[in-house]
Design a protein around this ligand. Structure first.
Ligand code: AMP
Length: 189
């Protein structure tokens, strides 16, 4: 299966991506995690994107798209994958379309996690305490929400129009939300 998981910051994408990946035996590819690992290791890419991540700004499309294209070309992605946090802009949607078209592949589904906006900030501030993520402070959260609403939320309409969007209620425990996702993805297997 070739899947995307989308949702506002704090909607639980990363957590659910890990569950989906384990259950459906897919590599979960998180662009955010790739960037954070590069920042931690102080690679040239990490040094380039560090300031953007800390500010809650998006990394430039070309940089992000090249990383995803390279990652999807790895052998473990041959039979399927789950992208978490990509695409985030219309430009990235077009880039992913090209990668898929070149390989003669199609997306099977786009899982969108919906969570009450009030709960999102609460969850992010909680995560900031637990995971100590540098970009979970209030100012950065506000900026990430801004970019989600401006750049990423409109992408849902594209996938809805293509008949690929599956909207999942992201309120509830991790197990409850995963059960909802599993019940819609299992028939696609
Ligand atoms: P995430 O872990 O998905 O919340 O991503 C953390 C941060 O990484 C974001 O706030 C952006 O700075 C950067 N990032 C992750 N994915 C993308 C993307 N597809 N396009 C641009 N920037 C991204």
């Amino acid at each position: 299966m070739r899947l995307l998981i989308m949702g506002a910051p704090g909607a639980g994408k990363g957590t659910q991506a890990a569950r989906i990946a384990a259950t459906f035996e897919l590599p979960a590819i998180s662009t955010g995690a790739i960037f954070r690992a590069n920042v931690a290791n102080e690679t040239p890419l990490g040094l380039e994107v560090q300031r953007l991540l800390a500010a809650g700004e998006l990394v430039p499309d070309e940089v992000t798209e090249a990383i995803v294209a390279d990652r999807l070309a790895e052998p473990d992605c041959q039979n399927g994958w789950l992208l978490d946090g990509f695409p985030r802009t219309k430009h990235q949607v077009a880039a992913l379309d090209r990668v898929l078209a070149n390989r003669g592949e199609e997306l099977d589904a786009v899982v969108s996690l919906t969570v009450d906006p009030e709960r999102l900030v609460e969850r992010l501030l909680h995560r900031a305490e637990v995971e100590q993520r540098a970009d979970d402070n209030e100012e950065t959260i506000r900026n990430r929400m801004y970019h989600y609403n401006l750049d990423t939320e409109p992408l849902l309409a594209i996938y809805r129009e293509r008949g690929q969007l599956i909207e999942i209620d992201g309120d509830g425990s991790v197990d409850e939300v995963f059960a909802r996702i599993e019940s819609v993805l299992s028939p696609l297997r």
